[in-house]
Design a protein around this ligand. Structure first.
Ligand code: FUB
Length: 330
């Protein structure tokens, strides 16, 4: 009887392990962070990520990867679609990318930089970062830095997020030293910015942040970001430039470490992509490393976002859930 119970337990554990979908399985032991999800015309989900080298030093990162999936469980790695080696103006800090589609072209908007951050004597730091935009005819690149330079040199900036609104206007949000909570519009050809940076009205609450992600749902705009670089929080507005109203935290911090996310609707389900810091195999790395993960996101009737818990299961049942939702509608 005891053996039967154990066997049953093993079976249950085995089946729940096979259901686990976090971290996302990209078919290798690649470490990824800062996942930006987009659904393009072919109906697939594309995930644009930064790439952590094994046990890398101080966020020295060299290229960006794109992954695609139709069920959020089986992912195809399209490889490094742009690298700092392809840039004339940066040689490091291939940080959190975003992507956009406009005028029949796909854009990878990315931060990169050069120099060195001196964490002991910050006054000796030479590190600089800016935002570039590279083009491709396909969602998976290769992307080309046709403007051959950053969109601007001052202010220092990273972590771009691009919103192409329903009227075709493209807005760029970013993290910048003394330039958080700013927006700038892109020129029609997406090769430069149009006009000035505009400081947005955040309703009087402007905590330290990185990695904004802006999306639209039911006519409302959402400005989401890792508050203090760690907990995911959001604001809502009726306009892409604010004024914004702070609504609170929807994912708590974990391990006192950074988080970076994106939010996208796919086949009727709202998905939160983010990264987790997971224990490493001690033979290859002495510290936690980052891995992309996904959870369902739910809204209340007033459009506010319900709190999300990290899970092992993630979106493993995505196909079944989409099927059940469509059956329910019939
Ligand atoms: O991945 C490098 C940096 O760490 C990102 O740009 C930040 O948002 C944080 O995730």
């Amino acid at each position: 009887m005891k053996i039967n119970k154990l066997a049953l337990l093993a079976l249950l554990l085995g089946s729940s392990a096979s259901q686990a979908q976090n971290p996302l399985d990209f078919g290798s032991d690649i470490k990824t962070a800062d996942p930006s999800g987009h659904v393009w015309q072919d109906g697939k989900m594309y995930l644009y990520t930064s790439h952590d080298e094994e046990c890398q030093e101080d966020f020295w990162m060299k290229n960006w990867h794109v992954f695609s999936s139709e069920d959020l469980v089986n992912w195809k790695d399209h490889g490094a679609v742009l690298s700092v080696d392809d840039l004339s103006w940066a040689d490091n800090y291939a940080w959190a990318p975003d992507a956009a589609y406009k005028n029949g072209k796909y854009y990878l908007v990315f931060p990169a930089g050069t120099g060195h951050k001196d964490r002991v004597n910050p006054e000796k730091s030479t590190k600089w970062m800016g935002i570039g935009i590279a083009e491709s005819d396909t969602p998976t690149g290769p992307f080309k830095d046709v403007i051959d330079g950053p969109l601007w040199r001052t202010p220092y900036a990273n972590d771009p997020s691009m919103l192409v609104d329903d009227d075709g206007k493209a807005y760029l949000y970013f993290h910048g030293t003394n330039f958080d909570y700013y927006v700038v519009e892109m020129a029609e050809d997406m090769r430069s910015i149009k006009g000035d940076f505009q400081k947005m009205d955040m309703g009087g609450y402007e905590p330290k942040m990185e990695g904004p992600w802006i999306f639209k749902r039911g006519g409302k705009y959402y400005f989401t970001m890792p508050e203090n670089n760690r907990s995911l929080a959001y604001y809502m507005s009726d306009s892409p430039k604010g004024p914004w109203a702070y609504k609170g935290i929807f994912m708590d911090e974990e391990h006192n470490a950074n988080n970076h996310h994106s939010i996208v609707e796919y086949k009727g389900q709202w998905i939160l992509f983010y990264h987790r810091w997971l224990e490493s195999d001690p033979s290859s790395c002495h510290k936690r490393q980052r891995h992309s993960a996904a959870e369902y996101l739910h809204f209340d009737d007033d459009g506010t976002i319900r709190k999300v818990e990290r899970s092992e299961q993630g979106v493993a049942d995505f196909v079944a859930r989409v099927k059940a939702a469509s059956t329910h509608k019939d």
